[in-house]
Design a protein around this ligand. Structure first.
Ligand code: ACO
Length: 320
């Protein structure tokens, strides 16, 4: 039987970090308000050069190196992003060109903060099917480019970054299962209006709008259900999880899920305090951090989850 195995991980953070205290000089907020409500203390904000393809490129190089491969070993590139460099070509093509592997399929998928889980699931199907041997999956976003820096209810929440994994087909257990969901009825809870100038109403800027409380309520319920679904599908008890690698949107959502899983917080990889919500990059960046600092070891069981605007959400159970 075929499985997909994570061979290597990588990530990239923009050069500029902005703390809550720095933010509170330009918008009516405080470090105390942000940290208490969200757990966030700082975020990284990209400059003009640090686009999705640029950050994705640097994260990818690190993942390929960690995998012990060369870029020429990659057979497919999937990029999860809501903030592509351009309308056309897709970010995966721009990344492919930067990597210099211009003969392989490359495509983007858009599933907001759950984009990496969606991309991972697609890659897993190709690898299990034995169609392709090695896939580069990247989660990257520059949400600060679509953030209204005068809106304190949203601008404190987001940051930029990229995370990447190299997956390869193997006959030993790797990704055990992935579980994806969507509910388009929740489309107005978290949205970025179109950025196509011809379709924009009254020149409305393309900023993130969010009903924070609605997102919070839905996220806690949906994530609780999807992690239970993942465990049940593998007949696995909660106690089998070595590491929870959650979407890094809000420490209170993360804590609620850890409590539901009866997992102590030292079994949960948390980066939201330093990275804020980096959307599709949040899970692969957290994974990379815990792999590189030695917390995550080969053979351990990982539970990944994420939810984003749509709503779209998902989970993956993985033997690392
Ligand atoms: N600083 C100071 N005060 C603020 C700020 C701020 N940055 N933002 C809002 N406030 C004020 C509001 O104006 C309001 O004041 P009022 O009572 O005088 O009207 C008060 O604080 C309470 O505002 P709420 O929005 O009700 O605050 P809440 O306790 O719900 O916290 C938050 C807001 C942190 C956004 C919370 O709802 C949340 O975490 N929701 C989840 C959303 C999330 O995680 N989104 C990330 C993207 S979605 C995703 O990735 C799934």
């Amino acid at each position: 039987m075929n499985y997909s195995r994570i061979l290597g991980t990588g990530s990239y953070l923009p050069k500029k970090m902005v703390t809550n205290d720095e933010l509170s000089k330009t918008v009516d907020t405080t470090d105390e308000w942000i940290a208490t409500r969200t757990g966030i203390r700082a975020r990284y904000v990209s400059n003009q050069e640090e686009t999705s393809s640029y950050m994705g490129y640097h994260a990818s190089l690190r993942a390929v190196e960690a995998a012990g491969l060369s870029v020429n070993d990659i057979d497919m590139i999937i990029v999860a992003t809501t903030t592509p460099d351009k309308g056309l070509p897709n970010t995966a093509c721009l990344l492919q060109e930067r990597l210099g592997v211009t003969h392989i399929p490359a495509f983007d998928i858009t599933a907001a903060c759950a984009g990496f889980l969606y991309a991972l699931s697609i890659a897993d199907q190709y690898l299990r099917g034995g169609i392709i041997k090695t896939i580069l999956v990247v989660g990257v976003d520059v949400l600060t480019a679509v953030t209204n820096w005068e809106d304190r209810s949203t601008c404190v929440l987001f940051g930029d970054g990229a995370g990447a994994v190299v997956l390869q087909v193997t006959d030993k257990p790797g990704i055990l299962s992935t579980h994806l969901h969507a509910d388009g009825r929740q489309k107005d809870s978290l949205t970025i209006p179109t950025w196509l100038p011809g379709q924009r109403k009254d020149d409305e800027p393309a900023y993130i709008h969010m009903d924070g409380r609605a997102v919070f309520r839905f996220a806690v319920k949906a994530l609780g259900q999807v992690v239970e679904e993942a465990l049940a599908a593998n007949n696995m008890p909660q106690s089998a999880i070595d590491w929870l690698i959650p979407h890094q949107a809000n420490l209170r959502i993360i804590t609620a899920l850890a409590e539901k899983l009866k997992l102590p917080l030292d079994k949960v990889v948390v980066t939201v305090d330093r990275h804020a919500n980096t959307s599709a990059a949040s899970v692969p960046m957290a994974l990379d951090e815990a792999v590189r600092d030695g917390r995550i070891q080969r053979g351990q069981t990982l539970l990944l989850e994420a939810i984003g605007g749509g709503f779209v959400w998902g989970a993956a159970l993985i033997i690392y």
